[in-house]
Design a protein around this ligand. Structure first.
Ligand SMILES: NC(=O)c1ccc[n+]([C@@H]2O[C@H](COP(=O)([O-])OP(=O)(O)OC[C@H]3O[C@@H](n4cnc5c(N)ncnc54)[C@H](O)[C@@H]3O)[C@@H](O)[C@H]2O)c1
Length: 285
């Protein structure tokens, strides 16, 4: 199974980063979003990021041009029929993802592999709306996709071994590290990360230490690049909370994954992190 053309559905933070990564590694890319303005914004973002790499001497002008030439955009989902692999990166809403997969299943040929970049939903559940769940899997990239080396290859209950192998090879050809995981709540990384945030929230909630202190201790003593609170501010407290909720539900209410009220209060207040200038901390610029 040879992958030459990759379709990316949803050109936001993740979709545009994934498209850039594929183009830089020799794949033809077809970017789809719901309108021209959004698609154009994504293309401009990719152009800017690649130009920065040229400026830093990390890629040549020729590589920049070749990567850009490999990217096409569209606003008709039916164009995805040209792709060997389609990566879905629409917002984390289960019904929306299912709707996209139902359509892709009809549009694409039987040879096309369909994957979701979901952070927290069941791949098996998403695949269940298609007629060919064996060609559906998860490819969980991390943010920022062009820089983060790990990609989780998620095997749904019905995903075929052949598809999993092809996807592992595909990730290697992006010069990234694939890790195959079973379709369990939060897969590997988001599951392991839950106690990092939850325990920190409990400690702050019990007023045993301030958020600044917890972040500082985790960085100095734990050698983490970022503490749990500044990292939530970066990811978005809304995004982080919904992942926690989803993992908690996925494990049928297991206590150690229970979301914390402090995080919910932040969400209710609208202080959801850097993207709005304030989360647990304030960001002047
Ligand atoms: N942001 C992260 O840190 C991160 C990390 C890993 C995985 N993810 C997952 O990646 C997916 C995308 O997240 P994101 O942060 O890039 O979201 P985003 O909001 O930045 O981008 C989503 C894009 O999807 C488009 N869209 C909306 N409805 C659509 C439709 N019907 N068809 C096609 N496109 C549509 C939007 O216009 C937008 O461009 C989610 O499943 C998320 O859980 C996000």
């Amino acid at each position: 199974m040879t992958i030459k053309t990759v379709g990316v559905v949803g050109t936001g933070t993740m979709g545009s980063g994934i498209a850039q990564t594929c183009a830089q590694n020799g794949f033809s890319v077809l970017l789809y979003d719901i309108n021209d303005t959004i698609v154009q914004k994504a293309l401009n973002g990719i152009t800017k990021r690649l130009q920065i790499l040229v400026g830093k001497g990390k890629i040549t002008e020729k590589e920049f041009k070749e990567s850009m030439d490999r990217i096409e955009t569209c606003t008709e989902l039916s164009e995805m029929k040209r792709c060997d692999l389609v990566i879905e990166a629409v917002p984390e809403k289960l019904n929306l993802k299912k709707e996209v997969f139902r359509k892709l299943d009809e549009i694409c040929s039987e040879e096309t592999i369909l994957v979701t970049n979901t952070s927290s939903f069941s791949v098996t559940d998403i695949a269940s709306v298609t007629n060919m769940p064996r060609r559906v899997a998860g490819l969980h990239f991390f943010n920022p996709a062009p820089l983060m080396p790990l990609v989780e290859v998620v095997k749904g209950i019905r995903t075929s071994k052949k598809i999993v192998n092809t996807l592992n090879q595909f990730v290697l050809s992006l010069r990234k590290e694939p890790v195959t995981c079973e379709d369990t709540p939060g897969f590997i990384v988001n599951r392991i990360a839950r106690p990092f945030y939850n325990e920190a929230l409990k400690i702050a909630g019990e007023r045993l230490a301030t958020m600044e202190q917890i972040d500082r201790i985790m960085k100095k003593a734990g050698n983490f690049k970022m503490g749990p609170f500044e990292l939530q501010d970066l990811i978005g407290i809304d995004v982080n909370f919904s992942t926690t909720e989803s993992v908690y539900q996925g494990f049928f209410g297991e206590g150690r994954f229970r979301p914390h009220y402090l995080q919910q209060r932040m969400l209710q207040s609208g202080k959801i992190g850097r993207k709005v200038g304030e989360g647990y901390f304030r960001y002047e610029n």
